[in-house]
Design a protein around this ligand. Sequence first.
Ligand code: MLC
Ligand code: AMP
Length: 505
Amino acid sequence: MANPLYDELFGRHAGKATAFLHLEDGTTLTHASFLALAAQYANALTATGVRPGDRLAAQVEKSPQALALYAACVQAGVVFLPLNTAYTVDELSYFIENSGAALVICDARSEPDLTPVATAFGAQILTLNGDGTGTLTDVAVRQPDTFATVDRTEDDLAAFLYTSGTTGRSKGAMLMQNNLLSNARTLVDYWRFTDTDVLLHALPIFHTHGLFVATNVTLIAGGSMIYLPKFDIDRMIALLPRSTTMMGVPTFYTRLLDDPRFTRDLTKHMRLFVSGSAPLLSETHVTFEERTGHRILERYGMTETNMNTSNPYDGERRAGTVGFPLPGVELKITNPDTGATLPQGEVGQIEVRGPNVFKGYWQMPEKTAAELRPDGFFITGDLGTIDEDGYVHIVGRNKDLIISGGYNIYPKEIELVLDAQPGVLESAVIGVPHADFGETVLGLIVPAPGARPDLEAIGQSVAASLARFKHPRKLVLLDELPRNTMGKVQKNVLRETYKDIFALA
Ligand code: MLC
Ligand code: AMP
C-alpha cells in the first residue's frame, strides 16, 4: 500500500541532505531534517489520539513547524484544515464545529479563548507558536523521528479549506489527495520547476496559493524555498538576489514596484514571477516589464479547484488575461441562466472540469449540487470570455465577492453583522478600488427611522466578530439604498458612486 500524496511530496526526499527551507535566521533545514520533524509531529498526533480521517484545525503562525504539521497530517492520514491567523474566536468557533475537528492547534495567545470552544465541540486543543514552541511541540520532541506512513489512496480526503459563500456561511471545500497531486504535477511541468529552483515564499500557508501551489510545486520539483513569515518589503528586496522564482498576489507586485530599490539589476537572474489569487492590472504587468524586463506569468485558480489556467511559460504572457486552461483541465463559458455553452468571444460564467476539481462541500449536499454539476463541471462564479487566440479573460464575478490583497471577503457576512447593530435599518457592503489591496471594503448603512447609529460602536462590534481584513475601511450613512424594480439592491450603482472614495489611498 501507499500514500500517494505523502510519497510524492515528502517521501521521495527521505534521507536527502538537500536544502528545503532557508530561514530568516540564516539557517537551512534539509529535506531529511524536515521529514524527521514531520515524523515527530505525526507521532505526536497519534499519541494524542488523532486517527486517520480525523480533522485537525490549525490556526498557527507561519513557521517550519507549521509546515511540518501539514506534512505530518498527510503522513498520518489526518485531514489538514489550515485557518487564517486573522480569524476571530467567533469565526473559528464555526469552523471547529462545522468540521467536527478532533484536534485544534493554535497559538498560545489564543488558547484561553479557544479552549472553551474546543471543549464545547469535543475537540482537544494544543498549541504551536510562531517560534515553534508550544504544547504540541512538547509532545513531538519526545517522539521518534520516523513514522510508519498511513496508507491512503488518491481518493482520500487530504485537506479542508473553508471558503465563504454568498449566504454568509463558510463551506468546507473537500480536497482529495489527487486534486492536490494532479495539479502540483501539472504546474511543475508547465512552469518548468526543477531542483535548482529557490522560491521566495512570503505568502501565508493557510491558503491554496502559499500551501498547495508554492509549497507542493517546490516539493515535487525538489527545490528549496526562502521561507519568510510574511511579506516584508525590505526582506523581499534583500532576498530576491538569492531566489530564482517568486509567487505572489498582485499587492506583492505593486508594493515591489513602489520601491525604488526594485530594479532590473535586482531581478536579472530571476527565472519566473507568478501572480494570482486576484486580478493583476494590465498596467502592473506593463510597468513590471518596463522596470525589470520580466513578464509576470498570471494564472487563475480557486480554493475548490486549485489552478485552472495559466499564461504560457514560453509563449506570450498576455497582460489582462489568465492564459490557457492547464493540461487536463476543461474550461467552458456558459450562459448563467441556461448552462449552455456560449460561442467563442462571448462573456459568460466560467465552468471547469478536471482532476483538480474538489469533491464537494463538507456536509452541504445542496450547496455542492448548486455549484458542481453531475457531469463534473464546477461553476466558478467568475465571468469571463475566451479570445480568438484561446486566452481566457476574467471580466467580472457572478458572485458577490470582494478580493482584498488576495483575501476573499463575502459582503453578506459583514452585512449580517452591520444589520444587527442598534439603529441600523439595513446595510450594503461593496468592494471599491484601492491602490494597495486592489479592492477594499466599504460599508453603507441606512439608519432606522429617527435613529442615529454610532459608527464607532458599530466598528467595534465588527472588530469583535470578524477578521481584521474584512472590516469596512469606512462606514457611510445613506438615506436609502438604490434598488431595481424587483427590490434588489443595485450594488453596481453603489460601486460606481463610490469608486473613487479611496482613490488616493
Ligand atoms: C492585512 N490587512 C489586510 C490585508 N492583509 N486588510 C485587507 N486586506 C488584506 N489582504 C490588514 C492588516 O491586518 C493591517 O491592519 C492592515 O491591513 C495593513 O496591514 P499591512 O501590514 O499593510 O498588510 P500586510 O500584513 O503586509 O498584508 C498584506 C498582504 C497580505 C497583501 C501581504 O494580505 C497577504 O499576504 N495576502 C496574500 C493572501 C493570499 O495568500 N491569498 C491567496 C488565497 S488562495 P491594521 O490593524 O494594521 O490596520 C486563492 C486561490 C488562488 O485565492 O487562485 O490563489
Ligand atoms: P478563493 O476562493 O480564495 O480561492 O478565490 C478564488 C477567486 O479568486 C476566483 O474565483 C477568482 O474570482 C479570483 N482569482 C484567482 N486568480 C485570479 C486571477 N488571476 N485573476 C482574477 N481573479 C482571480
